[in-house]
Design a protein around this ligand. Sequence first.
Ligand code: BTN
Length: 288
Amino acid sequence: MSPEPAPVQRPPLDDSRVREVMKGLGMGELWVSQATGSTNDDLVARAKAGQLAHLSVETTEHQEAGHGRLGRGWETPDRSSLAISIYFRPDAGFDPAGLPWLSMLCGTAMVQALNEQAGLAAGLKWPNDVVAGGHKLCGVLAQLVLTADGPAVVVGTGLNVSQERAELPVPTAGSVALLGGRTTDRTDLMAGYLDRVAELYRGFAAVHGNAGEAGPGDRVSLRRTIARHMVSIGHEVDAHLPDGTVLRGTAEDLGSEGALVLRDAAGKLHHVLAADVFHLRRSDGSYA
Ligand code: BTN
């Protein structure tokens, strides 16, 4: 008889360490719940209830009724993953046209954190799915909040950390553990992610939310930083548009408004702003 597989270890998040990291990064408050419906809903409710410090964070050990893109759900087993929502309340000089870029900023921060903390060669599938080895392991969902002080954004990120295959909703989903990440320590992964978010946001705020402008020091523009991590670029893709049509083409670039720039078979360029994008298989059999 084969031995029983070792049970998956799912220790609690070390919230005092996360608090310390956030303090060092000049971030706002942290709320950690044992279980909740959706961290995005919780943070939006806090924002509407009163003044909330910029870069405050809501997380939970067990998200039971989370929201995904396109009206889908996002629920995960207790302590198996990270559900992190961040409140962005840019100051008055920030161009509101920069707000839609915050979800891609967070996706890029997660790609960088997975690379640095877990040694995973992750990338962004347009617009902001985090993928590695052809599997999606993280999704991002942003919500605009109109506060008395002006527009703000809650960006929620869900990272699959220790889920086993049977705990994932679809075969194309993955987790840090299944993809061979060198750590499944959620505190390290969260700290690494918050560090990257704070750094990318600093550069973006310094150019007042202009994604096309190079930041201070040797920073390239946010658009270029995101494009460098976008595995969709160079790929042949099917873009399923909201009106039901499918546009097939080669993804060439990330456009000035965050659009995926596609060239179709006739050579015509299309700027896609909303779509579900599917990478077509390369001739060597890989997706990304
Ligand atoms: C997607 O469908 O790809 C987006 C998934 C976003 C899930 C995260 S988990 C934290 C935050 N709270 C939510 O209810 N959703 C987001």
